[in-house]
Design a protein. Structure first.
Length: 483
């Protein structure tokens, strides 16, 4: 009898059942998209942290710790730093704008602040890019089921997609926020139990320090090739991610944002060392694992008693599922609200938009399965998403909040320069970049530079126009014109 498989199946069925029951409380698109703007600090904290501890910060970061050592801390650590900025700076400011003008999505905000064209371009980019992060969660789920039950990877991805789309289709953010409470409890409890037992089984911290002891880079906490790349790719993305900002839109007040997102940042800081320690322990006990995405499932299956390993696997399963529903949130809102409602059918009723959102969830889950099968790499697919997110959104969102002169040409210049520069470096180097000049860093620098150039150029042009018009001001005109 496979205890691990029984626990995972029972847990997945429980999530789907609860999600479908909660879905009965969804009365319209407002509940689906922003949970009626009723989320307090507790729900903001749980839905944020549950989303942020996903495939990347569990399976991906553990595999990176196994292969690259201490530098893997920056995967989750960068997300924590970005979350601090979101909690005390960006989050409260953009929530007030959203509440005052009934904005439900980041696309709503971009159109309100800039124009319809900016909304359309960014929504299309993010819809494509978001499939990558959803695929990454399914890759992790498929890997877990492959190790636990010998389920073929393709079928495992499809099963993971079925679980996620079932409960998210039922109720959107309202359902996800409450289910995330359950997932976060299982997740944190599972890792709290598994970590000390794995460390004990590996021989303690002193034994881990002997792993690749002669490899100085492996034990270097700050590695420019790993640490800087992770920081540039992830820290800005966790400030302006639509999936996170739209959860902020659902907060009932600024205090809920500061406390909820702030606690999420603290949770990420506390958790950031966990995948690194698990990766080091796996390197000590199982040094011959060839596939990084199998490191965490292997250590939970082979280094722990079955019942404890099952709890740990349920925690990892929760991590992937909770992060995946956050991505579905981005995909459904981008297509149904930002593209369908705004460009295809502006007269669509609230019920029709809700219907489109639910169908989008199903289609997105299916497409993500296909992408997961083609890609197979968690690190690569997540890097694609977070890089695209950073270079396309970071400048327009921050400038929209804090630069009064920012207009559509400024935002358009930043988006075009950032995305095109990132793609050039990505294609020219196969994603490696040129030393410290990673695709994310080059794209972000190009976006900032383009924005500043347009601001300066247009500012000088406007000043020149004003100078030429000055003789024809009201007072001058009254003097110059004949009576």
């Amino acid at each position: 009898m496979n205890v691990h498989l029984i626990v995972l199946v029972a847990y997945a069925l429980g999530l789907m059942t609860i999600g479908m029951r909660l879905g009965r409380y969804v009365r319209g698109a407002s509940d689906f998209f922003v949970a009626g703007r009723s989320l307090g600090p507790g729900l903001i904290f749980s839905t944020m942290l549950a989303a942020n501890i996903g495939a990347g910060s569990t399976v991906g970061a553990t595999g990176l710790g196994y292969a690259s050592g201490l530098g893997a801390w920056w995967w989750v650590g960068s997300a924590a730093i970005g979350s601090v900025v979101l909690a005390f700076w960006i989050g409260p400011a953009i929530r007030r704008v959203a509440a005052a003008h009934d904005l439900r999505t980041v696309g709503d905000y971009l159109e309100f602040r800039y124009s319809r064209s900016i909304r359309g371009i960014v929504s299309a980019l993010l819809w494509i890019g978001s499939l990558a992060i959803l695929a990454a969660q399914l890759i992790a789920l498929g890997s877990i089921l492959e190790v636990v039950a010998g389920v073929p990877f393709v079928i495992g991805c499809a099963i993971g997609s079925l679980v996620i789309t079932t409960y998210y289709t039922a109720g959107g953010l309202l359902t996800a926020a409450w289910i995330n409470v359950i997932q976060l409890t299982v997740k944190l409890g599972g890792f709290a139990i598994a970590l000390p037992l794995v460390l004990q089984r590996a021989g303690g911290w002193s034994a881990l320090q002997t792993v690749r002891a002669t490899d100085a880079e492996y034990w270097n906490f700050w590695r420019p090739d790993t640490s800087l790349g992770l920081f540039i790719a992830f820290a800005p993305a966790f400030v302006i991610s639509p999936g996170l900002l739209q959860k902020v839109f659902g907060a009932r007040d600024d205090r809920a944002v500061r406390v909820g997102v702030g606690l999420n940042a603290l949770g990420l800081f506390l958790y950031s060392g966990v995948p690194v320690v698990l990766g080091l322990a796996a390197q000590a006990m199982f040094p011959d694992i060839a596939d990084q995405k199998l490191v965490l499932p292997t250590i939970l299956m082979r280094a722990l008693p079955p019942i404890v390993g099952s709890i740990g696997l349920a925690a990892v399963f929760s991590a992937e599922v909770s992060a995946a529903d956050a991505v579905l949130f981005m995909l459904t809102t981008s297509l149904s609200q930002d593209l369908y409602k705004r460009f295809i059918n502006p007269a669509a009723s609230d019920a029709r938009v809700l219907q489109v959102a639910r169908w989008t969830t199903v289609v997105s889950g299916t497409l993500a399965v296909a992408l997961a099968i083609v890609s197979g790499s968690i690190v690569d697919t997540l890097t694609i998403f977070y890089t695209l997110l950073t270079v396309s959104l970071f400048v327009p969102i921050l400038a929209g909040l804090y630069v009064r002169r920012a207009r559509t040409p400024h935002a358009m210049a930043a988006i075009v320069a950032g995305v095109s520069s990132m793609l050039i470096v990505e294609l020219a180097t196969g994603g490696r970049g040129w030393g410290l000049l990673t695709p994310a860093l080059v794209g972000l620098a190009a976006a900032i530079a383009a924005f500043l150039i347009v601001v300066t150029t247009r500012g000088a042009r406007d000043a020149s126009k004003n100078q030429r018009r000055r003789p024809f001001s009201a007072s001058a005109k009254a003097t110059a014109d004949p009576p």
